[in-house]
Every structure is written in C-alpha cells, then in structure tokens.
Design a binder for this molecule. Structure first.
Ligand code: PLP
Ligand code: LYS
Length: 451
C-alpha cells in the first residue's frame, strides 16, 4: 500500500523523489514527511467534482487535521479556504497570510474574545453553533458596530458509521442546533431577528472517517426538507449549504473506501437531485475536508530501538516516538500500516509478528498491536503510513519528549516546515518560584537542536 509519490527506489523508500533515509539523517526521527504533490492532487480533485458540474462551490480545508504556515501557504496556492476552531488556529491562519474572507470559524464554545478577534479580522463566515453564541455574537457586533455573515450548524440526527468519538451529526451531540426538538428552527428565528447577523446558509458535519454516502444523503434529505419548509414559512433561502467534511481514507489494507472524490461525487449527485426535486434555488455547495486532504500524504518515520521477546506471548519492538506524536491508536484504537524504509538483506529473513510500541511511560503507548513485518533490528528505520491527519496536530510533549519535525517534499526537494521541538522549548513557559536560587546547567544536559 504505497500512496502518491511514495515508492521504493534502489531499495530505499522515497517520497516526493527524496529518499527517506536521507531525510531521517538530515532531520532526525521521529519525522513527519508530507507528500505535497498528493495533497495538491486531493485538493484539485475535490474542486473538479464541482467544476465539472458547473456548481458554485467552496472547498474549505479543516485546519485541525494539520496546520502550519506552509500548509496555509499551500492552501493559498491551490485557492482553498480554511476553517478554524480556535483563536489559535485563527491567529496562525492569518499570520500565514490566509485571506480572512476565505475562512470560517467553527466551535461549540467560542469565547467572546475569539468571536471579537474573528469579527475584527473580517472573517468570511462564523458558523453559529448554539444559542449562547448568538447572544455573544450579537454583543460583539453591537460593540464593533458592524455586521457579520454566518452559517448556522444543525445536528441533523444522523448516525454515521464511524468511531463514537468522532460522530457529530447524531441528535445526542454537543455540536449544532438539534433539528428534532425544534431548536434549529428556533435558532433560525433568532438569527433572522438579529439585524447585525446576515445569515447566508446552513451547515452540518456528521462525523469523520466515513466511507459510505448514506449518512450524507440522509442529512441532505433532512436539510432540504427543512430548507423548503423554512422558505415558505419564513421566506428564508439558504445561499450556501455546507455539508462538512469527514470523507474516509485508507489507513490499512482493510480500508477499502470509495476514494473521497468518488464519495463526494455521489453526495453531489444527491445534492443536485434534492435541489431539482424541491425546486430550491441552487445554493452553493461547500465542503470541509481535513483528513482526506492530508492523511495519506503523511508518513511518520521512526527509528527502532529496544525489543523484548516474551516466549509464547509476543515480540515487542519499541520506536523512538509513540503516543506523543500519534495519539490515535491509544485514543480510538486506530490501526495503521507500517513499511520498512530500506529493503536490505535482512528483508529476506523470516518475517516477524510484532507489537510496535512507543517510548512513552504508558502501557497503552502502542502504535500497532500486531503486525507482521520483515525482521527489524535496532537502528532500522520504519515508516508508519497515512499519519498526515490528526497526528502532528494532536501531538503532545508528554514525558517532555519534544514534538517531531515536519518536512514537506515535492519534486526532489525537501523543506523543513516545522522544526523539531527542543528541550529549551519544553521549559520556555516555566516560571521559577520567587526567592529560589535556580540551579542552572548542573546536570549538564545539552539541548537537542540538530538543525
Ligand atoms: C465542523 C467540521 N468540519 C470539518 C471537519 C473535518 O473532518 P475530516 O477531517 O474528517 O474531513 C471536522 C472534523 O471532524 C469538523 O468538526
Ligand atoms: N481527531 C479525530 C477526528 C476529529 C475530527 C474533529 N471533529 C481523528 O483523529 O480521527
């Protein structure tokens, strides 16, 4: 299972035309490597689904999947918008030069300060999530003496097939206005009566890592039924229907989804069908893919360290990263595929069934419960595939392990886009107690800056 530009050249795993052993040597491990051509390909493919059908659309990348200055630059090159879900993401996107008009602000508990920052920045749309937010936003707009375009998020009451923790469109959800109990309609009434709020359309997001179109189709049916009702009841016409993200990707050979683009094509057909059947003025279709743009483009390279054989039980192999750079296996029981970085002679040794664990002080720090791979020895490099989404973005410096570096590769060139955290970075927020003499450098630990 090799994605995009990843392949073996002279027995070395190569991404974007750059040999992975060279990258590991240059930047150290663990290392996130992103195949930029594959990210561009995904971005363009989504847009093409709509341009082929001549549908007004917007592809909005969900920053939470992975964001960095370089990622925001790439979005600008490919003319995508982005969503942000915090003041921090807003800050980072603006600092990287994103056009605020191409941005949306999401979240179930946006603070007044965050809303003020978004409005002041001239953000394109705020996706209003709850009644408290309507109140806060009205206050902010009155203080700023301005108006704001919004979408409002409904919980359509659809349960998609995915992990419970990443379901969002069911009735019992913390996100959005519940349709079934009438909250969505009440929210629309409040928004229509808020003179500074300019309501442009509706939003739903049913969850993440979804392979089947069924959930989206049900949600679209409910949405268009509501929209048609609200059109005759309130004279409200949605100019935009945003169907969120959530399109599933391949983590292992067992995932055999439609490609995100095939899924999108099917959903778009349903969208058009509802518009036609209900004689609804054709709204713009907006989508918010995160994972499907970056997941398969990302590879994490680790170096193998210790191993432990428990006769009759299992073989453990530990690598130099783990739950700090990828919490998904521990959090969601997510499974991944691993491939060797170098197809050396040892490759021909009998394959081993191993458990791959990280270096964190937790028994649950398991990257892969059981996998059969060519024999691995200390010092070998190993690549974990499809780690581009919710890997680095959910990374922590638990156990004071520095977060890895991130490198973009394309056309034989490598660009460091996030440097490895240093030991000094890890303590830079610490403030000593007053009147204590700081012991400095006693233990003689040097910083780990390599570059
Ligand atoms: C509102 C919203 N939009 C988009 C996304 C992106 O989802 P995904 O990365 O699965 O495409 C999420 C995350 O689930 C989300 O909450
Ligand atoms: N972090 C999740 C997805 C959450 C989506 C955000 N609403 C994952 O790794 O699968």
């Amino acid at each position: 299972m090799l994605f995009g530009t990843t392949n073996y050249v002279n027995d070395h795993l190569t991404i974007g035309g750059v040999p992975v052993p060279y990258l590991a040597e240059k930047y150290g491990t663990p290392l996130f490597i992103y195949d930029v051509a594959l990210m561009r390909q995904q971005m363009r493919a989504f847009k093409e689904v709509f341009t082929k059908r001549k549908l007004a659309h917007r592809v909005i990348y969900a920053s939470k999947a992975f964001c960095s200055t370089a990622m925001y630059q790439l979005l600008q090159q490919e003319q995508l918008g982005c969503d942000v879900v915090s003041g921090g993401e807003l800050y980072a996107a603006l600092a990287a030069g994103m056009d605020p008009a191409m941005m949306e602000f999401h979240g179930n508990n946006k603070s007044k300060a965050e809303l003020t920052a978004a409005v002041t920045a001239g953000i394109g749309k705020i996706v209003v999530d709850n009644f408290h937010e309507i109140e806060l936003l009205n206050q902010v707009l009155a203080e700023q003496q301005t108006t704001q375009e919004v979408l409002f998020r409904i919980a359509p009451g659809v349960t998609a097939e995915t992990h419970d923790y990443i379901l969002t469109g069911q009735q019992d959800s913390k996100f959005g206005f519940d349709v079934a109990s009438g909250q969505a309609e009440e929210a629309l009434v409040q928004l229509l009566h808020s003179p500074r709020i300019k309501i442009q359309g509706i939003h739903f997001h049913i969850g993440s890592q979804i392979f089947a179109a069924t959930g989206y189709e049900k949600a679209l049916e409910r949405t268009f039924n509501l929209l048609t009702k609200w059109r005759s009841k309130f004279g409200f016409t949605a100019r935009i229907v945003n169907i969120g993200g959530g399109f599933g990707v391949r983590y292992t050979e067992n995932d055999n989804p439609n490609t995100p683009v095939q899924l999108m094509t099917q959903i778009t057909d349903t969208f058009v069908q509802h518009v036609q059947e209900q004689h609804y003025p054709l709204p713009e279709i907006w989508i918010e893919p995160g994972r499907s743009i970056v997941a398969e483009a990302g590879t994490t390279v680790y170096q193998v360290g210790s191993s432990k054989h428990i006769p009759g039980i299992r073989q453990y192999i530990s690598v130099d990263g783990g739950m700090g750079d990828n919490i998904r296996p521990a959090l969601y029981d997510a499974t991944y595929n691993f491939v060797p970085v170098e197809l050396t002679n040892e490759h021909n040794l009998a394959p081993q069934t191993i458990r791959i664990t990280g270096k964190y002080c937790e028994s649950g720090d398991i990257l892969q419960k059981s996998i059969t791979l060519p024999h691995l020895a200390p010092g070998d490099l190993i690549a974990m595939q499809s780690t581009g989404a919710y890997g680095y973005s959910m990374a922590s410096s638990y156990n004071n392990n520095p977060r890895p570096a991130v490198v973009f590769v394309e056309d034989g060139q490598d660009h460091l886009v996030i440097r490895r955290e240093t030991y000094a970075d890890l303590t830079r927020l610490n403030i000593p107690l007053p009147n204590e003499t700081q012991s400095q450098g006693k233990v003689g630990v040097t910083d780990n800056v390599r570059i």
